[in-house]
Design a protein. Structure first.
Lengths: 156, 302
């Protein structure tokens, strides 16, 4: 792809005045990220692009949220499914800060426990896991104490 | 603060020792009216007559009243009530909840929901901490100490929750050695071996159940259960390899004792029962004293 075409592709996702740009999201996890951050439930202007070319991810997605600045706790929730995500904090059309996501020590209410006999899969309970390893990612359920690892991780 | 007992690792080493001390006191003097005027809920969402009777005996010897569910078929859960709502209701009535449930993590969840202490009497394949404490009390009683012991674990070491919890608890004491005897399909899981390695605790794995047991201070036997095997032929091959017989005890240490969480199937031959090293029936009796100790500790009665 030519540089000019690449530029055009970038332009498809329009610039924002104030807010946050979340870049380097694996394309297949875009909608999970939207759901985890609750972007489908807020009135802010949001634009996103997906299936964009990325050297690192093969195919990436990008989200731009106007007038929204995430707390670290909030944004780190996406680290499980978008570990390479990068945040650009935008003020007056310019990037004023860049951030990366970090996998938190405890993950509350995002991931489903892999164990079918776990109480959290039978009753309406917010799951909770200790992160016991980050690569490969391994989670220990606070309730059944079983480990949910790598590919077994699914969203609640 | 209420003191729940959900997993064996909820207790510190000091608490283990406190339970051992209290259990000895209750053994010397089992009937103490510490629970007078108190109500204990005994909720068995899954039948386990053995464990339920042991708890209810402990509660009775402490002078407490029991309300509860013994037959899950008649309980509110069969009418579709959530565990959350059952625990909310029961904790209005009772001062303590003893609970067994087929789902893993159910006890931890109940403890979160309940304002009164919860003692886990087994949550699926996950935890059964009062069994571990009675195992420890049995070890302490027969060996005089919980330090410097060589513990052999035999049978199903993969799914056997009692051996996992005992391993975790005994690792808190000085200089333990573990020997694991199991078929390849039922070996001690990696995570426990990792745990021992990280703590610098020695352990050895064996396929054969032979005269290596002459080193043992404790032999902890478990059932090899047929339903654990995907191939029934494999079960047939291993089921008779891990049977303890009286003749095998000839060269064992005089202080050695044989433990088993019971019920046994065929893994301890009945000819062992007469041997003074057979301790499994006394072990079950120790359960009542240990549970009196745990209840007292949970409710700050002692
Ligand atoms: Zn779980």
């Amino acid at each position: 792809m030519s540089d000019e075409k690449k530029k055009k592709l970038k332009l498809k996702v329009s610039a924002i005045k104030e807010g946050t740009v979340i870049d380097h999201i694996p394309a297949q996890n875009l909608f999970k990220v939207i759901s985890i951050l609750g972007l489908n439930k807020i009135p802010n202007q949001i634009t996103f692009g997906t299936n964009l070319e990325s050297e690192k991810l093969g195919s990436k997605a990008i989200i731009k949220v106007s007038d929204k600045f995430f707390e670290d706790d909030e944004i780190n929730k996406i680290a499980l499914i978008a570990p390479h995500a990068k945040l650009n904090i935008i003020r007056d059309y310019g990037v004023v800060e860049k951030k990366v996501v970090e996998i938190p020590k405890v993950i509350t209410g995002i991931v489903k426990c892999f164990n079918p006999k776990c109480i959290t899969n039978h009753e309406k309970i917010t799951t909770c896991f200790d992160v016991i390893s980050t690569s490969p990612i391994a989670l220990k359920c606070k309730y059944c104490e079983k480990h949910t690892v790598g590919e077994q991780i699914n969203m609640q | 603060m209420k003191r729940d007992l959900i997993s064996i690792t909820d207790y510190s080493k000091d608490e283990y020792l406190r339970i051992m001390k209290l259990a000895a006191e209750f053994e010397a003097n089992p009937n103490q009216d510490l629970l007078q005027g108190k109500v204990v809920a005994s909720l068995f969402f899954e039948p386990s007559t053995r464990t339920r009777l042991s708890f209810e005996t402990a509660i009775s010897r402490l002078g407490g009243r029991i309300i509860g569910i013994a037959d899950p078929g008649s309980s509110s859960t069969s009418k579709g009530e959530t565990l959350h709502d059952t625990i909310k209701m029961v904790s209005n009535y009772a001062d303590l909840i003893v609970m067994r449930h087929p789902l893993e993590g159910a006890a931890r969840y109940a403890a979160e929901v309940s304002p009164v202490p919860v003692i886990n009497a087994g949550d699926g394949a996950n935890q059964h901490p009062t069994q571990t404490l009675l195992d420890m009390y049995s070890i302490k009683k027969t060996q005089g100490t919980l330090d410097n012991l060589n513990i052999f674990m035999v049978g199903d070491l993969k799914y056997g929750r009692t051996v996992h919890s005992l391993l975790m608890a005994m690792s808190e004491f000085e200089n333990p050695i573990f020997n694991f005897i199991a078929p390849p399909e039922l070996q001690m899981p990696q995570e426990y071996k990792m745990f021992l390695r990280e703590k610098g605790i020695r352990f050895f794995e064996h396929r054969e159940f032979t005269d290596i047991i002459s080193e043992a201070d404790i032999i902890y036997m478990t059932r090899v259960q047929k339903e654990r095997f995907s191939d029934p032929m494999e079960y047939e091959q291993v089921k008779n390899v891990y049977i303890l017989r009286n003749a095998m005890l000839k060269n064992t240490k005089p202080n050695m004792r044989i433990l088993h969480p019971l019920p046994r199937v065929n893994e301890i031959h009945t000819d062992v029962d007469q041997n003074e090293k057979a301790y499994y029936f006394t072990q079950a009796r120790n359960g009542v004293f240990t549970r009196e100790a745990i209840i007292s500790h949970s409710m700050n009665l002692k």
